[in-house]
Every structure is written in C-alpha cells, then in structure tokens.
Ligand binder design. Structure first.
Ligand SMILES: NC(=O)c1ccc[n+]([C@@H]2O[C@H](COP(=O)([O-])OP(=O)(O)OC[C@H]3O[C@@H](n4cnc5c(N)ncnc54)[C@H](O)[C@@H]3O)[C@@H](O)[C@H]2O)c1
Length: 343
C-alpha cells in the first residue's frame, strides 16, 4: 500500500514529543517535510527524525513538497489559517488542540475540509489514554448506572516548563487564554468523550494566583450543566505540581475514578452498589489498564483513518464542541454570568 506522505508544520515541543515519534511508529506513513519559521528548529528535528526536506514557509511546503497530509503543531492562533490553507490544497489535516480560537473560525475550518473532501482530525491526546478508554467502557457497559455528576481536573506546572522560549502561550491573542485554553480543553474533552454528554451551559471562575508576570489565568474552575439535566465541574491549573489528571464519575449504581499523576501511576477504580442497599452492597470491580491505546495513539489513528477511509473519533465538529465550551468558560468568568452553548 502507498505510504501517507506527511508534512509537519511547527518544529516545537509537541512535534518533537508526539507527532514525529507517532509517525516514526507508523509504517504506513512517512514524514517527508518539516517547516518552521525558525530554520534551525526545523533543521534539528529533520536531522533527529531523518526528514529529507526543510521549509520555513508552510504555504510553499504545502504546495511543493508532494504531501498528502499535514500535522499542524503551531501556536493556537495559527491553527485556523493553516488548516484552511491546507484543506484548500487538498491535504488531510491533524491539528493540535485547541482546534481554534472562535466558533466562527472553527466552522470555516470544518466547511473548508468538507468542501475539499479531506479529513480534519483534532489532536486531543487524552482520548487515547488507555485509562480513559477503559473508563469509557465502564460507562458504556452501564455497570455504574446513569451518570449523575462528574468531576474532572487536569493540572501541571505551566507551559514555561514544557516548551522553553514559547512566549505565545502567555499572549491572549495568540493562545486564546491561559490554563483554561491550554489544559482545561483536555479535561473538558475527556468528560465529553467518556460520558457522551453535551454541555448546555457553563459558569466559569478564573484567577491569576501565582504567575503574576504572565497576566493570564493560572487556575480555572467551571460548573457544567449538561443537556440531560446532570451536572459537573471541571478544573484546570498551571500551578499544579506534581502533574495530575483526575476524572470522577458518580452514577446511580456506583462510581468510577481515574487518577493519574507523577506520584500515583495510572489506574481505574470502580465500585458498584445496589441502589436499594447502598451501604451494605459496595463491591470493587477490577479493571486492567493496558500500556497503550487500543487505537495506537492519535497519529496512528489519523493515518489509519485517512488511508482506510474510516471516521476518526475526534473530527472537526467534535473538536469544535469542546473548544466552544472553553471559549464560553472564559466569557462567563469575564462577565460573571453563565453562558449557554450554541454548538
Ligand atoms: N496535545 C497535547 O498534549 C499538547 C501539549 C502541548 C502543546 N500542544 C499544542 O501544540 C501546539 C504547539 O505547542 P508547542 O508546545 O509545540 O509550541 P512551541 O512553541 O514549542 O512550538 C511551536 C513552533 O511553531 C513555530 N512557528 C510559529 N509560527 C510559525 C509559522 N507561521 N510557520 C511555521 N512555524 C511557525 C515556532 O517557531 C515553534 O517552533 C499548540 O497548539 C499547543 O496547544 C498540545
């Protein structure tokens, strides 16, 4: 079978840590070009991953490198224009989270991909976390009943410890926001993915508590009202060290928890109860979490879906729905009022 020829746009941290290793691990694809406005960064990754062509202009790369697909690994404000240009030039697109900075631009990304018959997938890494895949199985099996309330938290110590010299993370026009946009999107998307619930409205609270020089929020709390009447909260932080990802689901017949952090390895814990005798019937049900995602990972899934014409688990519409909640959370926190979702 013909290999998928890929160009990676943006030779920063996520390209180095996730996209390029992902393609290296996918025999059905090959990265044939890489682009960065800082040539030395593109050169360094080209050398490390054996990529034959280096560009500093993504438009030139898309037009000239003979590629079928792109990975968009750029600062958030460039996701929409670069995705749209790639789609207009008939390239399949794997774009990093958050998909875009406004609903208007995300709708245009979806429309352009559809009009040009290319795949648009949003790279929401945590959907490929094996613990989250197992937690979704738990919910889908009905073992903990109907999910009534939800808590999700994702926090780390901030982007300055992840990607050195990337000031765009702290400029609202380029990033779209602070920890809400950067990591809130992960946990909110995981909640939507695992429960299948849609959000009706959100009330957000943001604060800059520690990173005063960066101005943007370093902590966020948000209350969610789902369209089925259930409720929940999501929290995100740039001051949360050690790193932590927690999802807690409370159902009519039990509860399920994923708690992952540097100090406590990945695990899923599930307890069931008999609703008629809640105190006397608590049972722990054991689940094994595999090492790897059953889909291989986001890059592997993208390549598989493009080559085999499959529907991906996080297309443009899915990516937009999660990003819209993040935008609404920040709007609510700024105005002090709940915001209703429109997509
Ligand atoms: N999925 C995840 O878990 C995860 C983790 C971290 C970052 N991300 C996302 O990945 C994206 C990139 O983040 P990062 O940490 O790699 O940032 P980074 O700053 O390390 O890398 C971005 C790169 O883009 C380059 N660039 C900027 N403008 C360009 C242009 N016009 N053309 C070509 N190159 C250009 C920069 O020079 C830089 O090398 C962001 O959207 C971020 O939200 C996702």
């Amino acid at each position: 079978m013909k290999k998928l020829r890929v160009g990676v746009i943006g030779a920063g941290k996520i390209a180095e840590r996730l996209h390029l290793p992902g393609y290296k691990d996918t025999p059905a694809a090959e990265v044939v070009a890489i682009c960065d406005v800082i040539k030395s960064k593109a050169d360094a990754l080209a050398k490390q991953f054996n990529i034959p062509a280096v560009y500093t202009d993504y438009k030139k790369m898309i037009k000239e490198a003979g590629i079928d697909a792109v990975s968009v690994c750029l600062p958030n404000y460039l996701h929409a224009p670069v995705t749209i240009f790639a789609a207009q030039n008939k390239k399949h697109i794997l774009v990093e989270k958050p998909m875009g900075l406004s609903v208007k631009e995300m709708k245009l990304m979806i429309k352009t991909a559809k009009a040009n018959k290319v795949m648009l997938m949003v790279e929401q890494t945590h959907r490929f976390d094996p613990a989250h895949e197992v937690l979704k199985d738990v919910v889908d099996s009905g073992i903990i009943g109907k999910i009534v309330s939800i808590r999700g938290k994702l926090g780390h110590s901030g982007p300055e410890y992840w990607s050195d010299n990337s000031p765009w993370y702290f400029e609202e026009k380029k990033s779209g926001g602070g920890c809400t946009t950067d990591v809130g999107i992960h946990i909110l998307d995981v909640i939507r993915f695992i429960t299948g619930k849609e959000i009706e409205s959100v009330t957000g609270f943001m604060a800059n508590l520690v990173k005063k020089k960066f101005i943007l929020e370093d902590n966020v709390e948000a209350a969610l009202k789902f369209t089925d009447g259930s409720i929940g909260v999501y929290e995100a932080s740039w001051t949360n060290s050690p790193y932590e990802v927690v999802v807690q689901l409370y159902g009519t017949k039990g509860k399920a928890i994923v708690n992952q952090s540097n100090y406590d390895p990945q695990r899923v814990r599930v307890w069931t109860i008999d609703p008629k005798n809640p105190y006397g019937s608590i049972k722990e049900v054991k689940y094994t979490v595999p090492e790897k995602s059953r889909l291989g990972g986001p890059v592997q899934h993208f390549v598989d879906c493009v080559l085999n014409k499959k529907k991906c688990i996080i297309d443009g519409t899915e990516g937009m729905k999660s990003a819209a909640v993040i935008i609404a959370t920040r709007q609510s926190a700024k105005t002090g009022k709940p915001v209703k979702l429109t997509v």
